[in-house]
Ligand binder design. Structure first.
Ligand SMILES: Cc1ncc(COP(=O)(O)O)c(C=O)c1O
Ligand SMILES: N[C@@H](CCCC[NH3+])C(=O)O
Length: 468
């Protein structure tokens, strides 16, 4: 238990804290939260709770800011943060490219006709079916992640009669200062080819030897929710070093360098995110300088922001169901969602804040634990949240910064239906992902009274079948 829990009475923040809330979020005079010109209480009445409310104007503005900051680079929105058909369409309309990491994400892109050339396909264990789907759609770039995959992809591309553009994913040996579950630049992890161990250079040689593969560049992603540029700088330095070595060994200058995603956002007022324009300036300067020193032509840079684009655009609206006070110990405020719509608190010990969204409440707050409705005592939405003393059942609570890795990591634990995503803009709301129903949950189950139901899903082609 935290020392502050329920012991200190605090003032409820009067205003919405900068950086945490979507750009169009406002507090009405009657204390009601408004996003995209719409009142939280009216949104809850129309669409129910819990619900993800996504500020479309903010999403588009963030895409535009990244595009402007990285003007001569390729910006790939990382769909894993949150993807649905409408968002794929917005990304396309805003002129960004799209990073997909599964056949499912690719299917979303495909379903809206996302230009194949502007897709990049990631994954440390892409299936044969996924690789075939990517080749079939003509995905612009595939990032190869293992020796087995190089062999597999080379065979599949040859079979399809295409020469597939690829990047080699390198682990540059950089420790990002973030939770170890989301740190991916260090040697000891499952992604990519080690730089220090020589695997990266060997992977490059194998790709170059495969006539059906066309090596266009290198890729590195050091982790996620990062607040300083030192790690990116070090990764850039090492990647340019590898480019120079490849030039010396193979006489070729690779034209592309993808430095991945990972820029952090503010979840509480203690977080100080970097400005995208500053990051762009620093990264391009570092790469430019390193290339000048190495005598290399500056490669075209690519970046893959996910969280930094969608994270702050979305607020989760919950309804309070119970308030349990344990005098001198803690107050639990239970809402109608939980770890099925926000796994980040229990998985990464992530910090969040929350505020009453349907009325002002008393000016003083108890620091409470905001919990969900699941059968786990670790089902916490947010620790140490100052909610008004008079918080009660029926109140709406809003959790900001819940656009990235919330809906995309949502589950049906306890057979809870996953919340909808409601896009709001200029006073209009649109359901872009509908709420699941109990019928949705039952749809996949076989009927126990009917032995012929279901026929069973079609099996994918096994990897062994291709490489043998
Ligand atoms: C390869 C790759 N690119 C991009 C991203 C997006 O990261 P973020 O949402 O932190 O920007 C990730 C996730 O960490 C990733 O693994
Ligand atoms: N899911 C993680 C980020 C991982 C990104 C994927 N490589 C998070 O919520 O912070």
């Amino acid at each position: 238990m935290s020392e502050t829990e329920n012991v200190v009475t605090r003032a409820v923040p009067a205003a919405l804290e900068d950086d945490l809330w979507p750009a169009t979020a406002r507090l009405d005079d009657d204390g009601v939260l408004r996003i995209g010109g719409l009142r939280a209480d009216e949104l809850a009445a129309e669409f129910g709770t819990p619900a993800f409310v996504l500020d479309e104007a903010d999403f588009r503005a963030r895409c535009a800011a990244w595009r402007a900051a990285f003007a001569d680079c390729d910006v790939y929105y990382a769909g894993k943060a949150f993807l649905c058909r409408t968002v794929a369409r917005w990304v396309d309309e805003e002129g960004l490219n799209l990073d997909v990491c599964t056949g499912g994400e690719l299917a979303v892109a495909r379903s809206v006709g996302f230009p194949a050339e502007r897709l990049l396909f990631h994954g440390n264990n892409k299936s044969v079916a996924e690789l075939r789907a990517a080749l079939d759609y003509g995905v612009g770039r595939i990032v190869v992640d293992s020796f087995a995959e190089i062999e597999r992809l080379a065979a599949l591309a040859a079979e399809a009669g295409v020469r597939q553009r690829v990047l080699v994913r390198v682990t540059p040996g950089v420790e990002a200062h973030t939770h170890h579950y989301v740190s991916t630049g260090q040697e000891d992890q499952k992604f990519g080819f080690s730089l220090a161990g020589g695997a990266a250079a060997e992977a490059v040689a194998q790709v170059l030897a495969a006539p059906s593969l066309h090596l266009v560049g290198l890729h590195a992603h050091i982790g996620s929710q990062i607040f300083d540029t030192a790690g990116f700088g070090l990764a850039a330095h090492r990647m340019v070093g590898l480019l120079a070595r490849l030039r010396d060994e193979h006489g070729l200058e690779l034209p592309e360098l993808d430095l991945g995603g990972g820029l952090g956002i503010a979840y509480t007022s203690e977080d100080a995110p970097l400005d995208v324009a500053d990051v762009a300036e620093r990264l391009t300067a570092i790469v430019g300088k390193e290339c000048a020193v190495a005598g290399l032509t500056v490669p075209r840079l690519a970046v893959e922001p996910g969280r930094a684009i969608v994270g702050s655009t979305t607020v989760t609206l919950y309804e309070v169901g119970t308030v349990k006070e344990l005098p001198g110990l803690r107050t639990f405020v239970s809402v109608d969602g939980g770890m099925s719509d926000n796994i980040r608190t229990s998985l990464y010990d992530a910090r969040y804040t929350a505020r009453l969204a349907s009325r002002p409440g008393s000016p003083t707050a108890h620091v409470v634990t905001l919990v969900g409705r699941h059968c786990e005592s670790g089902d916490v939405v947010a620790h140490d949240v100052p909610l008004p003393d008079d918080v009660r059942p029926g109140d709406l609570v809003a959790v900001p910064a819940s656009g990235a890795y919330h809906r995309s990591m949502a589950s049906n634990y306890n057979h809870v239906t996953r919340p909808p995503v409601i896009a709001v803009r200029d006073g209009a709301a649109r359901v872009i992902v509908r709420r699941e129903t109990e019928d949705d949950l039952l749809r996949l189950d076989a009927d126990p009274t009917d032995p012929t139901d279901p026929a069973g899903p079609a099996a994918g082609t096994s990897a062994a079948a291709v490489t043998r």
